[in-house]
Design a protein around this ligand. Structure first.
Ligand code: AMP
Ligand code: MN
Ligand code: MN
Ligand code: MN
Length: 287
């Protein structure tokens, strides 16, 4: 009888390093996000709310109780080349004062932006969207386009998140208002200053030409950025291929994150993405 060679594979960890709670534009409290991740078999979780560290303590406590590893996370909103881009900070010291005040600076102005969005929407006949969106935001300082989107769906203006963003909330549409986010340099200084690792969130989502994407990734790397999200809830199989190749070429670590915002809204649930493609070095090896 032919015997098979005995090969030991390292265990594949189920890591989910991108998700949201009601501390930003998610639908569940931070505790519930961590509980759901543990129930879905996640081995290592990072909660990455937009521009806020508020949910980390609560999520960590639940993770510890459930025997699930947890690292601090945040998704920082920046502007680069006229686009809003998201940079994930992972495994940093949440008590770092400069990171904290940097994030506070990004948050300030969101309420005023929301007022301008509502005023813009009135011009196309949609009234009361500021109050409607605010009523859905547990944390008013993190009022976001997602809250406007949910309000417009609830009030029957649009049928789902995709169509409401397409019609009202992306550049060129009546509810879209420019906002001053952080710079790439600032976001990386804050994350690195707090001892964290930086990863480009869902690179497939940005409307950058191939040349501009390479310029962006080059600048990110020159400033010490270490990783890109290869597996993301918003990536197509083509995106996964393209960003696997770019990760190898630029020498980036690879990250995996569902970008879960809530049940019935997100493309994929916590911990349910396929594993990283072979041959990529996982970002969690740097933790
Ligand atoms: P804001 O930070 O207020 O600009 O809102 C950005 C948030 O809106 C993102 O974090 C996503 O959760 C959501 N979002 C942006 N674009 C889309 C889209 N095309 N479809 C669904 N959700 C989107
Ligand atoms: Mn979001
Ligand atoms: Mn994002
Ligand atoms: Mn996100």
């Amino acid at each position: 009888m032919r015997s098979l060679p005995l090969v030991f594979f390292p265990p594949v960890l189920n890591c989910d390093l991108h998700c949201h709670s009601i501390c930003s534009d998610g639908l569940l409290p931070a505790e519930s996000v961590a509980r759901r991740a543990a129930a879905n078999g996640v081995d290592l979780l990072a909660l990455t709310d937009h521009d806020s560290l508020d949910g980390l303590t609560a999520a960590r406590a639940v993770a510890e109780e459930a025997g699930m590893a947890f690292v601090n996370g945040v998704e920082v909103s920046i502007e680069w080349g006229g686009l809003q881009i998201h940079i994930l900070g992972l495994n940093f010291d949440a008590a770092d004062a400069r990171l904290d005040s940097g994030l506070a600076a990004i948050r300030s102005g969101r309420i005023e932006r929301a007022q301008r969005m509502a005023a813009d929407l009135e011009r196309v006949g949609l009234y009361g969207t500021f109050d409607g969106a605010m009523a859905l935001a547990a944390n008013p300082s993190l009022i976001s386009r997602s809250h406007f989107a949910r309000h417009l769906i609830e009030s029957g203006v649009c049928k789902d998140m995709r169509s409401v963003f397409e019609a009202y909330l992306i550049p060129g549409r009546p509810g879209y208002v420019e906002h001053r986010w952080a710079t790439l340099a600032d976001s990386l200084d804050w994350i690195h200053g707090a001892g964290g690792v930086a990863a480009v969130a869902h690179p497939g989502r940005y409307r950058l030409s191939r040349a501009d994407m390479r310029r962006f990734l080059g600048e990110f790397k020159d400033r010490g950025g270490a990783a890109i999200e290869v597996m993301s809830g918003s990536h197509t199989p083509e995106h996964i291929e393209v960003y696997s190749r770019l990760a190898r070429e630029f020498g980036f670590l690879a990250s995996r994150g569902s970008d879960f915002h809530g049940p019935n809204e997100s493309y994929i649930d916590l911990g349910r993405l396929p594993s990283l493609p072979d041959g990529l070095e996982p970002v969690w090896q740097a933790f």
